[in-house]
Design a protein around this ligand. Structure first.
Ligand SMILES: [Fe+2]
Length: 373
């Protein structure tokens, strides 16, 4: 059994300027971020850092072609540390870039995952409250050339430092808040239920879950909209804790079933998780009503002050108020896609499916998609 450890140093600052000063950002550093993030937080500091703006290489979640183009563009640059400042896309790109050797392309990284090494120290500053990716060793790339969105996981991709700065969330639009906090909630639930978790990872998963649903409840009670900003520090911490939970215990069927929705229909990651969440939980309850899922219901019930048997329904209803959950067909998904998705999930997402609350067959995965359709 692997031991629980935190591979990444986690530092907390009030402002980006404070971090830049302590870290001594300079022209030897490469900052990978969105241009608006640079303009707002970094340019005014005059540190002279080198930059790479991710939107010059496509929008949306990272593809193999975009990451290959970024690796190519960086071959001519000389830099030491990579400072990734952004959400899941920027962080996933930075992790791949940090382990790309002089001749490597994305396919080479997947082909040589066991022997990857880090070429540049990596510092990650998250600007959303969802991925927890600043403390995990996973980069998720849509391998368009292979027709599959899948995770690349290697210890060399752990960041050396994760920098938590609450005010980096202040420019986050509501939809990004909603989808990223839903992603973090799903990380906490999937890692809580994972048979590959341990008592320590479950502390992080539990605290993340309690914090997210408590703050969702307060924000909804305060009328929604920007009310979440009052709890931004809590959401940021919770997404980090959920990252520590799933970094050890793994994510599972919700993420596995969500990936085709992202790769084929470009539904944002957190939202695609939301679309699958209730269907997966209902299938779990149907197949194995007694087990760790009852502990989960107790945590949620105690937090939302409802009976354990009403807890999951109360959570779906609360999440609906954060972002209305819609059936898959509303996103253009066709009924004929569902068996293809179920087959692909079983074929390509075993990395995740091994962390399920219980094993699922292709037929059961198809049932889950049909229930969400
Ligand atoms: Fe996720």
């Amino acid at each position: 059994m692997k031991g629980f450890s935190i591979k990444t140093e986690i530092e907390e600052y009030d402002t980006f300027a404070e971090f830049a000063n302590v870290a001594g950002l300079s022209a030897e550093d490469l900052v990978l971020c969105g241009e608006h993030t640079y303009d707002r937080y970094i340019a005014p500091l005059g540190t002279g850092v080198q930059t790479l703006f991710r939107e010059k290489y496509g929008t949306g979640e990272p593809t193999d072609a975009a990451v290959d183009a970024i690796i190519d563009a960086l071959r001519a640059k000389k830099f030491n540390r990579i400072i990734a400042v952004g959400g899941g896309t920027v962080i996933d790109i930075a992790k791949a870039v940090a382990v790309a050797g002089p001749e490597d392309k994305v396919d080479d990284l997947y082909d040589n995952v066991a022997s990857l090494k880090k070429y540049h120290p990596l510092i990650i500053v998250p600007t959303t409250c969802g991925t927890g990716s600043e403390v995990t060793n996973i980069s998720v790339i849509n391998r368009v050339s292979k027709g599959v969105k899948m995770g690349l996981a290697a210890d060399a991709m752990y960041a050396d430092k994760a920098i938590m700065i609450t005010n980096m969330l202040e420019s986050m639009p509501y939809k990004v808040f909603a989808t990223s906090s839903i992603d973090a909630m799903v990380h906490s639930v999937e890692s809580f239920l994972s048979p590959n978790g341990c008592s320590i990872s479950r502390i992080f998963s539990t605290e993340a879950l309690k914090t997210i649903i408590t703050c969702w409840s307060k924000a909804v009670a305060a009328g929604g909209g920007d009310a979440w900003k009052t709890y931004a520090a809590d959401f940021l911490k919770a997404s980090n804790w959920a990252g520590l939970g799933f970094g050890y215990a793994g994510c599972a069927a919700v993420h596995a079933c969500a990936y085709p929705l992202g790769s084929v229909y470009h539904i944002p990651h957190g939202q695609s998780n939301q679309l699958m969440f209730a269907s997966v939980m209902k299938k779990y309850k149907e197949l194995k009503p007694v087990g760790r899922i009852n502990d989960l219901e107790k945590v949620i019930g105690d937090t939302l002050q409802v009976k354990p048997e009403e807890a999951l329904e109360a959570l779906y209803s609360l999440m609906d108020k954060v972002l209305k959950c819609e059936p898959l067909k509303n996103f253009g998904v066709k009924e004929s896609d569902l068996p293809v998705f179920a087959h692909d999930v079983i074929g390509t997402q075993q990395r995740l499916l091994k962390n399920n609350y219980l094993p699922l067959t292709e037929e059961q995965v198809l049932d889950i998609y049909k229930a969400a359709f």
